[in-house]
Write a new protein. Sequence first.
Length: 289
Amino acid sequence: MSRRVRTAVFPVGGLGTRFLPATKSMPKEMLPVVDKPLIQYAVEEAWEAGIEQLVFVTGRGKAAIEDHFDSSYELNVTLKERGKDELLDELNRGVPRPGQICYTRQQQPLGLGHAVWCARELVGDAPFAVLLADDLILAKKGCLAQMVDAHAKAGGNMVAVMEVPQAHTSRYGIVSPGADDGRLVAVRGLVEKPRPELSPSRLAVIGRYILEPEVFLHLGRMERGAGNEIQLTDAMAKMIGVLPFHGLRFDGRRFDCGDKVGFLEANIAFALERGDMADAVRAFLPQYR
Ligand code: G1P
């Protein structure tokens, strides 16, 4: 039996330049899909997976995220006065208990690996999850919950994976697959953002990870990789052959919300899941064909 995953790390320090001007004074993680910020979807996915401790790796200009996961005195009083108890309950349900959430800052933009390394003291010596809020996943059972179940049996490191078009390999960490039962794939190699003609496969890492704390030793060497950044992929690759390492082909649809078109598509797909909106959205969609 592998050790239970209790902590999740959310790297939220990125500048969000692709969504300027929207993200000039607002964190990109606060962009709403329908009516909920991207980061809240990721946090809810973590709760569903049994996570008990949230670690946010933030940066300058990200205070709105802290306010979002705090209870709002003004809203509590006003909504109560107006008898909007249901909305108030919903708002407060997502607020972590005191001490269940903590923040640290990535003081320099040195890459995803560096952001995760910044969380090392808060994570300690236990397996932990990493969720990238840009990757939004629509699924019956949350992607991280699927991974936690698979991890309880397989142990070691685990990443969410999906096939991407050959032309897109340079956007992702790409897996060299080993034994494959159609759902769980042994990871034999990992490379960050290979050019399509050099890519070992089309199996891409999506932003959900379960990692053993040994990854911090590798990240701590501060070796630069693709884009001259400290890459999480490179640190994970060092653990292949040392610990079990699997990719999980999760059930669900993933939307790349770091991309404008992916973000728009996510809004449509999530709106179509909503009983209060689906009909109205279906009614206007044909006009845009
Ligand atoms: C990061 C990781 C990459 C992974 C991707 C998933 O890249 O470095 O390995 O495939 O997330 O979204 P980024 O999108 O931050 O450039």
